[in-house]
Ligand binder design. Structure first.
Ligand code: PEP
Length: 250
């Protein structure tokens, strides 16, 4: 059995004070909950306050991006994997569709970020997913295969031990439209097949594949009950302590 992982992606929301307030309200709501792994990915600026508030709990913290240069250097505005580890992060999201859409992220830069972050010892939540036009054109599976093959390229199964993949159909992100559990389960099996090609069968069987795209308290149970869905990456509904707690407790 793969333990489910429920991750919050706060995107560009919350000041450090607001992050602390969230944690004060959230922690009592999930006290003692250890069925699922819980990860919060706040903006860089809030990482210290979330880590500080989460001390002594089983909540882990992740960043929303990382640079592919592992050594310090003249790269204004960037943050490398050692900095995230030094701050106490255990995870990082890579290749989110908003980064692909607005910031020029490509399959190749996703690969570079994934490789250095894994090598440094971070858990990587690598995001893949088709846009609406691709789904309507019937090429979803090709897109997922391409995104996965390129993201995994040149990475060994040993190095990829802490890899997690998030299937996030872009048409479902922030739109209120959710993939049916069947659509998600089908995409997940395509991703698992691609992981098997890159890393072998044993690795693919234990790989966690999350679903993301308008996960809410009222649909979390149907999605999380699918054996192929190993957890959720939650945007909008992770911003409020009570709704995120309800999702965690699906
Ligand atoms: C996301 O940002 O990864 C996401 C899935 O957003 P939302 O839950 O708001 O659709």
């Amino acid at each position: 059995m793969r333990k489910k992982l429920i991750a919050a992606n706060w995107k560009m929301y919350k000041t450090p004070a607001e992050a602390r307030e969230f944690m004060q309200a959230f922690l009592p709501l999930i006290d003692g909950h250890d069925r699922d792994e819980i990860v919060i990915c706040p903006p860089y600026i809030d990482i210290a306050s979330v880590i500080d508030s989460a001390r002594g709990t089983n909540i882990k913290v992740g960043a929303q991006n990382v640079f592919w240069e592992k050594d310090s250097g003249a790269f204004t505005g960037e943050v490398n994997p050692s900095m995230l580890l030094g701050a106490g992060c255990e995870y990082v999201i890579v290749g989110h569709s908003e980064r692909r859409q607005y910031f020029g992220e490509t399959d190749d830069t996703v690969n570079r970020r994934t490789e250095v972050a894994l090598e440094a010892g971070l858990g990587v939540i690598a995001c893949v997913g088709e846009v609406l036009e691709e789904r309507e054109a019937g090429i979803t599976e090709d897109v997922l295969r391409r995104q996965c093959a390129r993201a995994f390229r040149g990475i060994s199964a040993r190095k990829a031990a802490k890899l997690v993949v998030a299937y996030e159909p872009v048409w479902a992100i922030g739109t209120g439209k959710t993939a049916t559990p069947e659509i998600a389960a089908n995409a997940h099996s395509v991703i698992r097949g691609e992981a098997e090609k890159s890393f072998g069968r044993e690795f693919a069987q234990q790989l966690k594949i999350l679903y993301g795209g308008s996960v809410k308290p009222d649909n979390a149970n149907a999605l999380m009950s699918q054996p192929e869905i190993d957890g959720a990456l939650v945007g909008g509904a992770s911003l409020k302590p009570d709704s995120f707690a309800q999702i965690v407790k699906w």
